[in-house]
Unconditional design. Sequence first.
Length: 143
Amino acid sequence: MLLSRYQRAAMNSAAVNQAYMMRTGLTYSGQRLWTVEEIKTLKRLYPDYKALVLALPERTRSAIEAKAWRCRIARPLRVWSEAEFAIMKPLYIRGEPMPMILTRLPNKTARQVWAKAWNRNIQRPRRPPQSTGLATVDAIRRR
């Protein structure tokens, strides 16, 4: 495969950037690169951010959080796609039972479904009231 002059230049510049960072230990913006020891500390103390901030004094909390996401130590966000929402919405509006909705959305929890419906202002139909055995009371309650 032949590369264009611009593609070769881009590949060469990436190699130059990596060589600069390995030589100096800094990015072009002057930030220190993460060391292997820092990453081990991050993996060891992960959920406790107070301990991490104390153990990594030259890193800010937001830098620690970002590195945890990039290293996949922290749980990834469970983002809803429009296709998943399109599956959930008619089932939720019809009042289908939650286990049936969850079988159609394998990576979601009931709490996530309820939260998504609440955020999109979708409501389930009201359940019919329980029968009391008195016809007039039941008629009033149904109304």
